[in-house]
Design a protein around this ligand. Structure first.
Ligand code: NAD
Length: 422
């Protein structure tokens, strides 16, 4: 029976996730008996966050933390600050975390949080008060052994530091392992900031090799030049690829010879977006989907690739840096057209993998070198992708359904072995 408290449509995030689950069920064998467990979050908390603004008025914000599954370990997943955050979106993002963590075999369940807010309209002090109150409100379900938040859209190391401090003050002991993506001085891990983009690059490099697409000279288009998109772009560029098109919330820029990232990155930092960059032409936002490129990296928000846009994409390879950027109907179009999609649930798993390294380092209070972290990340991502690729070949299914098959088998085997309480 469907849940009474959300009303997903086929294209909404939770609707997209449910349709992805439907597609994997035929490959689960006897474990399909437990599939319903995937279609509902274990626990979701909705909180009111009242804060005093700098002008003395009181504002209220909606906050969420959804724990989709805790079967394989503590919850793990980011916190998003965005005006469009909804309960349904957070539930879908939490569920994708369960799949992702199981796909790379990390000892975690899946969780996600968010606040419905435009953080760019708040002062630093207001943002701090918002973060601290949110952390206190969800403090009853998070913790180093319960559920470990991390950065996502519009959140960063500073916000993680405030979360860690608030939680620590509330429990009366410094608990560095309660969040990941922290500043290095507070138990953060080297390599964490760029790890999601690095994972996108590693899975992209492996997929390109398997389909005979040389990275040297490859043309890359990136949607979203934030943490994930810009780190991935830099690594592809270092491997000889040209970043020919980039889009963010400020506009879309194009240069068929490729941008000089050494000039674009300072421009991004100084102005907050790609608009106005001198080394490229501004093009219409919708023309992004027609750009002649070999690799397309959606690294902004979900629901970006619908069936219409999927028909226009000229890339051979789509690397999902963002969570949920492709609608199920678009997945079918891309598969029919022979465009290979490396799905979010493996492609952007580099971030949570290094978050796992950070959590392990915090527990042991012994910190690794950046080379060690990047080497271990590379190895885990390559191994996970190979396993998924073999599963896709065996069943003749897309990489997305194969990733779900690998992950759901792990989650549901754990569910079956634990049994139902009481
Ligand atoms: P970010 O806030 O650093 O960057 C987001 C980017 O998207 C910005 O460049 C912004 O301008 C752009 N953007 C926002 N709205 C847009 C729109 N309507 N059209 C085009 N561009 C738009 O966020 P991030 O951490 O880079 O996350 C990006 C995606 O990657 C999200 O889907 C997130 O869930 C996913 N992700 C992030 C991490 C991580 O470690 N940060 C890990 C896994 C997945």
């Amino acid at each position: 029976m469907s849940l009474s408290y959300v009303h997903p449509t086929p294209d909404s995030p939770w609707g997209t996730y449910l349709s992805q689950v439907d597609r994997v069920v035929p490959y689960l064998g006897p474990l399909a008996r437990w599939a319903e467990t995937l279609r509902r979050p274990k626990r979701t908390l909705i909180v009111d966050i009242p804060i005093e603004l700098d002008d003395g008025t009181v504002a209220h914000y909606e906050g969420f933390r959804s724990q989709h599954s805790l079967t394989r370990g503590p919850g793990k997943g980011g916190v998003r600050y965005h005006p469009d955050v909804t309960l349904e979106e957070v539930m879908a993002l939490a569920a994708w975390m369960s799949i992702k963590n199981a796909a790379v075999n990390l000892p975690y369940g899946g969780a996600k949080g968010g606040i419905r807010v435009e953080p760019k309209k708040l002062s630093t002090k207001e943002l701090e008060r918002l973060t601290r109150r949110y952390t206190s409100e969800i403090g009853i379900i998070i913790g180093p052994q319960q559920d470990i938040p991390a950065p996502d859209v519009n959140t960063n190391g500073q916000i993680m530091a405030w979360m860690m401090d608030t939680y620590s003050m509330n429990v009366g002991a410094t608990a560095t392992g309660v969040v990941t993506g922290k500043p290095i001085h507070l138990g953060g891990s080297l390599g964490r900031v760029k790890s999601t983009g690095r994972g996108v690059f590693v899975t992209g490099r492996e997929a390109a090799r398997r389909i005979g697409l040389p990275l040297d000279g490859a043309r890359v288009a990136v949607q979203g030049m934030g943490n994930v998109g810009s780190s991935a772009a830099e690594l592809f560029n270092q491997s000889g690829a040209r970043i020919v098109c980039a889009q963010d919330h400020t506009g879309t820029i194009f240069n068929e010879h490729g941008f000089d990232l050494a000039e674009l990155m300072p421009h991004l930092r100084a102005t907050g977006g790609v608009a106005g960059f001198k080394g490229a032409d501004a093009i219409d936002n919708e023309d992004f989907w027609d750009v002649d490129c070999d690799i397309l990296i959606p690294a902004a928000l979900e629901g970006q690739i619908n069936a219409g846009r999927a028909n226009r994409i000229r890339a051979r390879l789509v690397l999902e840096g963002a969570n949920g950027p492709t609608l199920p109907s678009a997945d079918d179009v891309l598969a029919d057209r022979g465009v290979l999609v490396v799905p979010d649930v493996i492609c952007n798993a580099g971030g949570v993998t290094v978050s796992y390294f950070e959590w392990v380092q915090d527990f042991s209070s012994f910190f690794w070198t950046e080379d060690e972290i990047n080497m271990r990340l590379d190895k885990i991502m390559v191994g996970a992708l190979k396993n998924i690729w073999d599963t896709a070949d065996r069943h003749r299914i897309t990489l997305r359904t194969a990733t779900f098959a690998v992950a759901c088998e792990r989650i549901l085997t754990a569910r079956q072995e634990r049994g139902l309480y009481p």
